[in-house]
Design a protein around this ligand. Structure first.
Ligand SMILES: Nc1ncnc2c1ncn2[C@@H]1O[C@H](COP(=O)(O)OP(=O)(O)OP(=O)(O)O)[C@@H](O)[C@H]1O
Ligand SMILES: [Mg+2]
Length: 312
């Protein structure tokens, strides 16, 4: 990445992707050094004039389910794509289990599974073919491939539908198929960008149950974005509220609710005797704060629509 602005710290295994061959040997040592699954410091990313990520600091602890929340256009997907190495890291630092996303892209990719916001399954292939494709891309050895594909499909309850074309799947089945695609490489970090968007309540619960079952079995770390505050409340150990490219609030859902209540009480507002704030109130508080400070602008609306049309 020639446009990378900040020099990273020296790598114990040497610079660049060429170091990847030796990474296995030092993996355990490195992991012992850090409890952090993901670490971003001062991450910046712009699309032309649009600053999508603006000085993002983020730490995801190994083993936790971490929710990245925030309004449309906050920069969540962009940040996630930087962490997955699909976008470069033009400025700042991103590490995944100690590996620098700018310098050790293959090592980072081998550690993670990714369910993108946009559709990633191919409608013209069967479920099994889709998962097999990901197994190849993610370097699952030919010897293990069939077995691992079958396990991933089983883990999301798609064994009986595995040999049907994906275009015959319901929305919930497609999302579970994409989960299988992300799980087939046995990732230590699972990144999910709005995994349950557009699903009915039963399908949403089903996606989460499958995520949690794999997590309980493997101890993998989960980084998830969602607009559903009830999911964040129920399934995330900690959440961060992102707005205009950086984090504005961080904690367990309970901590964030308590903090808002205390702030309202301290402000002498009517809140003292009112019902306790919800996570949605915290979300509105953070998202609304930005609008008051800077005034909602047209570009934001335009950008959000562009995001919406790209997705929809
Ligand atoms: N490929 C792109 N080209 C131009 N601008 C982009 C592109 N992708 C994102 N943006 C802009 O970057 C900003 C952040 O977008 P991003 O998709 O990261 O937000 P988000 O938090 O994921 O939003 P949402 O909740 O709608 O998914 C927005 O202003 C968006 O319009
Ligand atoms: Mg997004």
């Amino acid at each position: 990445m020639s446009d990378r602005a900040t020099a990273g710290t020296p790598e114990p295994t040497g610079p660049g992707d060429t170091a990847d061959a030796t990474v296995g040997a030092t993996d355990a040592a490195r992991t012992a050094e850090t409890e952090e699954a993901v670490s971003c410091r001062g991450l910046e990313y712009s699309f032309g004039d649009t600053k999508a990520v603006s000085g993002l600091d983020l730490s995801v602890r190994s083993g936790e389910v971490f929710g990245l929340l925030g309004p449309n256009g906050a920069g969540k997907t962009t940040a996630i794509r930087c962490i997955t190495t699909l976008l470069p890291v033009p400025a700042g630092m991103v590490r995944v289990f100690g590996h620098d996303a700018a310098k050790e892209r293959m090592a980072v990719r081998r550690l993670l599974g990714y369910v993108p916001q946009q559709l990633s399954a191919d409608a013209a292939l069967t479920g099994r073919e889709n998962v097999t494709l990901f197994a190849r891309v993610f370097d699952v050895s030919r010897r293990e491939r069939a077995e691992r594909v079958a396990q991933a499909l089983e883990a999301v309850d798609l064994t009986s539908a595995a040999d049907r074309l994906a275009k015959t799947y319901s929305g919930g089945m497609v999302r579970r198929l994409e989960l299988a695609q992300a799980l087939v490489s046995a990732p230590r970090l699972l990144m999910l960008d709005e995994p349950t968007i557009g699903l009915d309540p039963i399908a949403r619960t089903s996606v989460w149950e499958h995520i949690n079952a794999v997590r309980n079995a493997t101890g993998m770390t989960v980084l998830v974005t969602t607009h559903y505050m009830d999911e964040a409340e129920q399934y995330c150990d900690r959440v961060a509220l992102m707005h205009r490219g950086r984090i504005h609030a961080l904690g367990t859902p309970g901590e964030l609710r308590t903090e808002l209540r205390e702030r309202r009480v301290a402000a002498g507002g009517k809140a003292a005797g009112e019902t306790a704030p919800t996570l949605e109130d915290v979300f509105r508080d953070v998202a609304g704060r930005g609008l008051e400070e800077e005034g909602g602008d047209f570009r934001d609306v335009r950008n959000t629509r562009r995001t919406a049309s790209r997705v929809g």
